[in-house]
Design a binder for this molecule. Structure first.
Ligand SMILES: NC(=O)c1ccc[n+]([C@@H]2O[C@H](COP(=O)([O-])OP(=O)(O)OC[C@H]3O[C@@H](n4cnc5c(N)ncnc54)[C@H](O)[C@@H]3O)[C@@H](O)[C@H]2O)c1
Length: 317
């Protein structure tokens, strides 16, 4: 596989993590970074010994640059993404790909027009625990799946963000459930509210999947201890996954077993995947369309939270 020349736009909290991981990746060359905040760009550039820019156009005109990750705040993803695609670079946009469905559609159209690859940062798909759970589902370890519960809670400091807990946090569980079961959501009911943040900071979301599985998501920025878990209940057994420790337990009527995935950093695996998609000219996945589908379900949850009514995402499309 050829080495891919890559750059990062937005080197705040998450972008710095990407810079750290890409600096160590043996299948890519980190050729440049860009942050609108000059002090931040200089700091991260110096720490990881990589050329830094504050001007996106100058960054994109680096002749070797082939692929870009976008880790700027969500409200900037459309504008930055369109410029990156226009410059004929493949792109991985952090989740949520955009704040609105319309903007997600514009990015998808632009990628089609320019022929560039568009991926979204649904990092949990690369969690080794998730990969093992998916394999167990394919092997029908739990029998017929009845209900899947995702819990993603933590105390998050009050700060002015651009999306609430649904598009920031619950979106991981929404994508995860679509990914694990390969089914679309046909109905959404949610209760949401805000105790300490501008946008909603807690949400209880119920998803009706088209072939009968029920999804339940508990997401908030209020619970003191960070918890990220998935429980899948089926006719024959129950699987528990802790996303953080990547530990799994499987319980049936006779025994409890602990299949053991080897721990690895999901971000490292995600960025290696992006580099491989670019280098090997593979189909992009998770794709812009996956991103749009998840945003549609988030919008349905937000609408349901406001009205108290069941929302059918297909009817909103
Ligand atoms: N996949 C995950 O698990 C995960 C985790 C954390 C954050 N994220 C996502 O990453 C994105 C960034 O989040 P964060 O917490 O790092 O935010 P942040 O505020 O810490 O960093 C954003 C950076 O982007 C820079 N910036 C803003 N506008 C810019 C522009 N137009 N051009 C260049 N730079 C610009 C800012 O100066 C800042 O340094 C968000 O979309 C967030 O949802 C994803």
């Amino acid at each position: 596989m050829k080495r891919v020349n890559i750059g990062v736009v937005g080197t705040g909290f998450w972008g710095e993590n990407q810079v750290r991981v890409l600096r160590q990746n043996k299948t890519s060359n980190l050729v440049a970074i860009c942050d609108a905040d000059e002090a931040r760009a200089r700091e991260v550039g110096a720490k990881y010994d990589v050329p830094w820019f504050t001007d996106l156009i100058k960054f994109l005109s680096q002749p070797r640059l082939e692929a870009v990750t976008i880790c700027t705040p969500t409200h900037t993803h459309l504008e930055v993404g369109l410029q990156v695609l226009q410059a004929h670079k493949d792109v991985l946009v952090e989740k949520p790909m955009t704040g609105e469905q319309k903007a997600a559609g514009e990015l998808i159209q632009k990628a089609r027009k320019t022929g560039q690859k568009l991926l979204v940062g649904f990092i949990e798909r690369f969690n080794p625990g998730v990969k093992l759970v998916k394999k167990m589902l394919e092997e029908k370890v739990v029998g017929q799946v009845i209900i899947v519960t995702g819990r993603r809670v933590a105390r998050w400091p009050v700060r002015i963000g651009d999306v609430g807990v649904i598009k920031d946090t619950a979106i991981h569980d929404i994508d995860m459930m679509r990914h694990l079961f390969g089914e679309e959501v046909s109905a959404v009911y949610a209760r949401t509210g805000s105790l300490r943040h501008t946008f909603e900071d807690y949400a209880e979301i119920m998803l009706g999947f088209e072939k009968g599985i029920t999804g339940f998501i508990d997401a908030n920025w209020l619970t003191p201890r960070k918890v990220r878990t998935l429980i899948i209940t089926g006719s024959e057994a129950t699987i528990n996954l802790d996303y953080i420790t990547q530990e799994i337990t499987v319980e049936d009527s006779e025994k409890l077993t602990r299949p053991h995935p080897v721990w690895d950093e999901p971000l490292r695996l995600e960025l290696e995947h992006f580099v491989k998609v670019v280098g090997d000219n593979d189909d992009p996945s998770p794709s812009g369309e996956d991103a749009l589908e998840a945003i549609k379900i988030c919008d349905a949850a937000l609408a349901s939270g406001k009205t108290g009514q069941l929302v059918y995402p297909d009817k909103q499309r």
